[in-house]
Write a protein that binds this ligand. Structure first.
Ligand code: SF4
Length: 303
């Protein structure tokens, strides 16, 4: 909530009047224009005291979050924890204690509480320009979980992860691994679309990660696949996906395989072979034998 303290009244009134006239996307565009103008005038830094920052970040929304689409019939949607006993012992969720919902800490949220909290979340500036939050989707008891960086334009419109061209490639990758898309769980580091498809800033990732930590704790996957450099950095603190891909890591006791983001593979198809080798290593963890490549099959036929 916006806090009015002595001396802030004029600033608060101006800000509220301005927000009342502008949709979130326009507000963000105005702030970006302002910052660009300052930069063009040669200004390298801006002096913002804590109170001004608080006004920017804590101002109330001018419109309620967009409703999420109804679950698709093929999706096994998130069940409340009370709907049945977990099949495995729960892992401890180490989300920061300060991350709380109205009903308690994020680290203890049910699926419904978590999804509602994300839909209403305005903890970082990405809330300003989003159309919808993109919570994640798939099997809430999945053995295999994929984590990307954040929603793109298509995902922002539809409220679902990986639905654009990169999403179609991800679906083909999942199927090549002999899984169905609806049998895995797919989430992102941040739940709101970063403008211009830029990488999430550290403060945005930090604000959003408790939701992902809780999703991982609820799903309890046997293996996590990280898609690209952003989840590698923010989840494992590692850098350099071209160096780290294909090497097993661990997150809270769960084996983690970093590989390339499908969008990167669309731009740089010569990395697809390396990505496929990473995914085959994951298949072996599940006792799945990779199908023989077409070339090998052709070679055998020619013998
Ligand atoms: S990106 Fe995450 S922390 Fe930021 S507003 Fe969206 S849901 Fe909240």
């Amino acid at each position: 909530m916006l806090k009015k303290t002595p001396g802030d009244d004029d600033k608060v009134a101006l800000w509220e009047a301005y927000r009342a006239r502008k949709p979130d996307a326009q507000l963000l565009a105005d702030v970006i224009d302002l910052l660009r103008g300052e930069r063009d005038r040669g200004r390298r830094t801006l002096d913002l005291d804590e109170r001004t920052l608080a006004l920017l970040f804590d101002a109330p929304p001018t419109r309620p979050p967009a409703p999420r689409p109804a679950p698709r019939p093929t999706e096994r949607r998130f069940r409340p924890e009370s709907s049945g006993p977990a099949t495995q012992p729960r892992r401890e969720d180490a989300a920061p204690a300060a991350s709380t919902l109205a009903g308690g800490p994020v680290s203890e949220a049910t699926w419904e509480q978590l999804e509602a909290a994300v839909a209403a979340c305005r903890k970082c500036l990405l809330a300003r320009a989003r159309t919808r939050t993109v919570f994640g989707e798939g099997d809430c008891d999945a053995d295999l979980m994929f984590i990307g960086e954040g929603p793109g334009v298509d995902e922002d419109r539809q409220g679902r992860p990986f639905v654009g061209a990169a999403g179609q490639l991800l679906t083909r990758m999942i199927e090549a691994m002999q899984f169905r898309r609806e049998d895995v769980y797919i989430a992102n580091i941040v739940k709101c679309h970063p403008p211009g498809n830029r990488n999430p800033h550290p403060a945005e990732a930090e604000a959003c990660l408790p939701y992902l930590y809780r999703q991982i704790a609820l799903v309890q996957p046997k293996v996590i696949v990280l898609l690209g450099a952003v989840p590698l950095h923010f989840l494992l603190g590692a850098k350099g996906i071209t160096h780290c891909h294909g090497q097993w890591r661990e997150f809270r006791g769960i084996p983690v395989m970093p590989t390339f983001h499908p969008a990167f593979l669309l731009r740089s198809p010569h990395f697809k072979r390396g990505a496929w080798e990473d995914l085959q290593a994951v298949m072996l963890k599940f006792g799945k034998a990779p199908a023989a490549s077409r070339r090998a099959a052709r070679e055998r036929k020619g013998q």
